[in-house]
Design a protein around this ligand. Structure first.
Ligand SMILES: Nc1ncnc2c1ncn2[C@@H]1O[C@H](COP(=O)(O)OP(=O)(O)OP(=O)(O)O)[C@@H](O)[C@H]1O
Length: 485
């Protein structure tokens, strides 16, 4: 299934609809960047084309792009590396100001830099924004959720919700390109239903069009079906049976909040999926979690639909095949104990790797879960357990294996031995250094790595990690998880 929002993402600023003034201001900012050298914040609701506009701008200007998450602590290093590369390119081309050598840095989630482990993150980004040798576009939903220092350091451009009047022609174009007949009222109804959010309008159009040559107003209205679905039926739909699109519809029919649905899917997915599928699914669950975080922070419940997209359609799309049979899903996720365990696990990962809590939770933990699924390979699971000093509940949580099984108990015992061996080996003070070891070529924190179950990231050598400039990997040359083998 090709996602139409990707397929029809604007490739030039002229294709970005409904925000002409903002669009022109952005083009002007880029053209005059050499004169002012300021970063710009592009802010507004989700799904109205902010990120697309930034990419389209780069394409219009002939600039490369690098997209990073502002709340990620390693962002600064990555930007500096890109900046260095750009400067080098400029020297090679004999031009120090040539616009073709620019790299547009797109910093997503600029309004989301907070949390204990991100303390100071905002001032770090502010510093970066002030000193960067490359143009930076910060993307935010809420301008005033950004620190004052950061706001003051940037120019600002507001993107407004896209009016239904501007949404209809986008939908019409897509229908024509897809060879899909339509009633004008159907497109109008979709535009009206999505109040300003062009991305969700395109998503709805694609969902309604599936399996049809023509869409009518009735199809759109009937799309809002009134059917109640039980949780196990929903889990079967997402984890075993239905296409991404159908799973999404089913999710809409369950009488539970996306928060609860995410917990259920997160809790049960490892009972059904193979490691590769699991790695992909966890990435979507991490996205769902991110949207739920935004709902909590902003109380804007319109973000729920993006959580649902991820937890239902995304997780279903992560499957390699459909499955039949009956699965013993067990009871409701034990949130209180599980949450506590998860928090401890995440904290250990964050402390060890020097990540923010959110990076540890969204990116490193899913990756570890995928590579040690059901404690396989065992050696790696022991190494992980030793490295993070996990106990049986932690190992059970990360690997999806039962806490009281002999397997988990013996892994924790072996890990204990491994740690002791290492203490002996490093006797004479070296053990102190182990306290702040980090994973070599810290790819565990990268979304890319998290999806790539085949890549033996934990063993990657420094050189390959360092040469991969598109990744936010940092290597401080210290010992790491691979030392535990
Ligand atoms: N103004 C627009 N013009 C054309 N297409 C748009 C526009 N806004 C959104 N879209 C469609 O929606 C998709 C998502 O848009 P985009 O990611 O740029 O939104 P955003 O405002 O950056 O959202 P978020 O805050 O969630 O990152 C695009 O790929 C495109 O298909």
């Amino acid at each position: 299934m090709v996602d139409w929002t990707e397929k029809y993402r604007p490739s030039s600023l002229s294709e970005v609809r409904g925000n002409n003034k903002a669009r022109d201001a952005l083009a002007e900012w880029a053209k005059s960047w050499d004169d002012h050298r300021e970063a710009v914040v592009v802010y507004g609701s989700p799904g109205i084309g902010k990120t697309s506009a930034a990419h389209a701008l780069a394409s219009d200007m002939g600039w490369e792009t690098v997209e990073l998450n502002a709340s990620d602590q390693r962002t600064g290093d990555v930007i500096e590396r890109f900046a260095g590369r750009a400067a080098k390119n400029a020297t090679l081309s004999g031009s120090s100001t040539g616009t073709s050598t620019r790299q547009l840095v797109i910093l997503d989630e600029a309004d989301n830099i907070h949390g204990n482990y991100d303390r100071g993150g905002s001032s770090a980004v502010t510093k970066l924004v002030k000193s960067s040798s490359q143009p930076i576009v910060l993307i935010a939903n809420e301008f005033y959720d950004m620190s004052r220092g950061l706001r003051n350091a940037c120019q600002e451009i507001e993107f407004r919700d896209v009016s239904a009047r501007s949404i209809v022609p986008v939908l019409r174009d897509i229908c024509r390109k897809e060879g899909l007949e339509f009633e004008s009222d159907a497109l109008q109804a979709i535009a009206d239903m999505n109040s300003g959010d062009l991305r969700s309008a395109v998503n709805d159009l694609q969902a309604i069009a599936e399996g049809r040559d023509k869409i009518t107003e009735e199809d759109v209205i009937m799309g809002d079906r009134d059917r109640s679905v039980g949780l196990f039926e929903f889990l079967d739909a997402v984890l075993k049976e239905e296409s991404a699109q159908e799973a999404l519809y089913t999710a809409y029919d369950v009488d539970e909040t996306p928060d609860d649905l995410t917990k259920w899917v997160e809790d049960k997915v490892s009972l059904v999926y193979e490691p590769d599928e699991l790695a992909r699914a966890y990435e979507f669950l991490a996205n769902a979690d991110r949207w739920l975080g935004r709902v909590r922070a902003s109380q804007n419940y319109s973000y729920w639909r993006y959580a649902t997209d991820n937890l239902a359609a995304g997780v279903a799309a992560s499957r390699d095949r459909t499955r039949g049979g009956w699965t013993r899903y067990g009871g409701a996720p034990y949130r209180s104990t599980r949450d506590k365990t998860r928090d401890t696990v995440v904290r250990k990962i964050a402390e060890k790797g020097g990540f923010s809590m959110s990076t540890a939770r969204r990116e490193v933990l899913p990756y570890l879960s995928a590579v040690t699924h059901h404690c396989k390979p065992r050696e790696l699971t022991v190494a992980m357990t030793a490295y993070y000093d996990f106990d049986t509940s932690h190992v059970s949580f990360v690997t999806g294996s039962g806490e009281t099984t002999n397997k988990v108990q013996s892994i924790v015992e072996d890990a204990e031995e491994l740690r002791e061996e290492l203490v002996e080996e490093h006797a004479g003070g070296a053990f102190a250094g182990m306290e702040d070891v980090s994973i070599d070529g810290e790819n565990g924190g990268e979304t890319d790595a998290a999806t790539d179950g085949d890549d033996d990231v934990l063993n990657r050598d420094d050189e390959s990690a360092a040469s991969d400039e598109a990744e936010a990997s940092t290597d401080d040359g210290q010992s790491g998880l691979s030392d535990f083998f």
